[in-house]
Write a protein of this length. Structure first.
Length: 326
């Protein structure tokens, strides 16, 4: 198709259609690299009212990304006005596998408060749909990277309000971690509080456990204390579960000596310490405890293990006894 184009005049009046063709799209993109201002304006004027359909098109989305990267502020504002006229359109674009790329490009190039506010107003009511969508979540993450703390306020507040729903979702969990990473002050404090006060539930979830581990990595003192309270009395139970056992291991590495002592004491006082040693998950928790604990605390653990030497041949206990030898 590209070979048929001798000049832009050949396709005048059909530019939106040409933009949906692989070769036609490349031809139009090249004009934005090599063409005159008049040619660029001609293309822009023809595609403006077709922006939503082009953004979700397998080829048209590339032209839109190109245009958004080089257009004037006035043209960009026209695109934003048209896209946000009907917020449903913008959300549909965000949820589309091609549209998400074009919309992320738009977010990258937003310059003034007016256009940013229009985009925020259009997507804020669909926050939960966006963060739990394989395409939409990337739009929210792009907002976090390019918006100011104040502009991202709607994201932080919604994430805190829907903390458990988001944290226990495959895509939402990633967004929640990014919210914590990009927020500051009271916004970050609120997010940490919400995750921590739901820590026991989240630790046992396939995705929620990553949110808890992420917070443990921050070493935030207040968050650590809240998680200690959430988990206290439950370490044996948490150690025997696939996801929460990883959290307990992280606690052993992240907590102070008092926190470590609480964990080990609970494991040792459990009537089922023998079973913990033979458990497919808890045995790794015990191994982690042996690696991070020192002094009397480690000695107590080693003594308890050695008194159960009959378990040495158990396949789950081999790693534990190997560490005791050292």
């Amino acid at each position: 198709m590209m070979q048929k184009f001798e000049s832009l005049a050949d396709i005048q009046g059909s530019i939106p259609l040409v933009a949906k063709d692989q070769h036609g799209c490349r031809y139009l993109q090249r004009i934005f690299d090599e063409g005159t201002e008049e040619e660029k304006e001609m293309i822009f004027n023809e595609i403006l009212y077709h922006v939503p359909e082009l953004m979700v098109n397998p080829f048209g989305n590339y032209l839109m990304q190109k245009i958004l990267g080089v257009c004037t502020e006035k043209q960009r504002l026209e695109v934003v006005f048209f896209l946000t006229k009907n917020p449903t359109d913008l959300v549909k674009i965000a949820l589309n596998m091609h549209g998400t790329r074009a919309l992320q490009k738009l977010i990258e190039v937003l310059k003034n408060e007016e256009e940013t506010s229009l985009v925020i107003s259009a997507i804020k009511s669909s926050f939960l749909n966006l963060v739990t969508d394989p395409n939409g979540n990337h739009v929210v993450q792009r907002c976090l990277r390019h918006f100011s703390d104040e502009q991202s306020k709607f994201i932080f507040e919604a994430a805190a309000s829907h903390c458990v729903d988001i944290a226990t979702h495959r895509h939402g969990c990633c967004v929640l971690q990014q919210c914590i990473a990009h927020s500051t002050g009271k916004h970050q404090e609120k997010l940490l509080t919400e995750v921590c006060r739901n820590g026991f539930t989240l630790a046992q979830d396939a995705y929620g456990n990553y949110a808890v581990q992420y917070i443990l990595d921050t070493k935030n003192r207040s968050a650590m204390e809240t998680l200690k309270s959430e988990f206290k009395g439950n370490y044996a139970q948490l150690s025997t579960q696939k996801f929460s056992s990883n959290v307990v291991e992280k606690c052993l590495r992240a907590f102070d000596e008092t926190g470590k002592k609480t964990i080990v004491s609970e494991l040792l006082s459990a009537s089922c310490f023998d079973h913990l040693m033979q458990d497919p998950y808890a045995n790794y928790v015990i191994q982690s405890a042996l690696l991070v604990c020192k002094g009397q605390l480690r000695t107590s653990l080693v003594d308890a293990i050695r008194s159960r030497s009959v378990l040495r041949s158990n396949p789950y206990c081999k790693g534990i006894f190997n560490l005791v030898k050292k």
